[in-house]
Design a protein around this ligand. Structure first.
Ligand code: GDP
Ligand code: MG
Length: 168
């Protein structure tokens, strides 16, 4: 089995950190500074009987006005959604922003399943504060699964990968 999995989300939610965690190496540059990922970065994870191509993408920006780099990065992110078997939509544990909303809008046109992964749960003080908008979100787009993770600490990333394997 073989499949393409695209990781999308607004800048800084931890897409590249997740990519590196899954691949077990520092393939993609991670940074507190937005816009460090400027192209699609591909990483292949090979396991018995299965190959998964993970695609890290630049964060989608709302503000494209006059900014060639932003336009370029948005195009790279959008193209990665064209030939894909599964999407991992990465969001932050607490803050839902306009930029997340814009990514969600793009995903309405995607035909493959979308997994919503809520990242940085290691920073949560209590479980109850996990993304209050979660219910509202699931009414906007029907997600194959919703999984809280910490890409940095590795919490639940195994579970995410198992879920990916079920949909490939
Ligand atoms: P990207 O722009 O979506 O690719 O985000 P990056 O992977 O570059 O990460 C942005 C920042 O968030 C970096 O400083 C990461 O170290 C941090 N980060 C990513 N995942 C986690 C996480 O699970 N927990 C915490 N505490 N920080 C994270
Ligand atoms: Mg990145």
């Amino acid at each position: 089995r073989c499949g393409y999995v695209t990781i999308v989300g607004r800048p800084n939610v931890g897409k590249s950190t997740l990519m590196n965690r899954i691949l077990g190496q520092k393939l993609s540059i991670t940074s507190k500074k937005p816009q460090t990922t400027r192209h699609q970065i591909l990483g292949i994870k090979t396991e018995e009987g299965m190959q998964v191509v993970y695609v890290d993408t630049p964060g989608l920006h709302i503000d494209e006005r006059g900014k060639a780099l932003n336009r370029y990065m948005n195009r790279a992110a959008s193209e990665a959604l064209r030939h894909v078997d599964l999407v991992v939509f990465l969001v932050d544990r607490t803050a839902w922003t306009e930029e997340d909303e814009a990514v969600l809008d793009k995903l309405r046109h995607v035909r493959c399943p979308v997994i919503l992964a809520v990242n940085k749960v290691d920073l949560l003080k209590d479980k109850a504060s996990l993304l209050p908008q979660l219910e509202e979100l699931s009414s906007k787009l029907s997600f194959a699964e919703i999984i809280p993770i910490s890409a940095e600490k590795g919490h639940n990333v195994d579970q995410l990968e198992e879920t990916v394997a079920r949909y490939i």
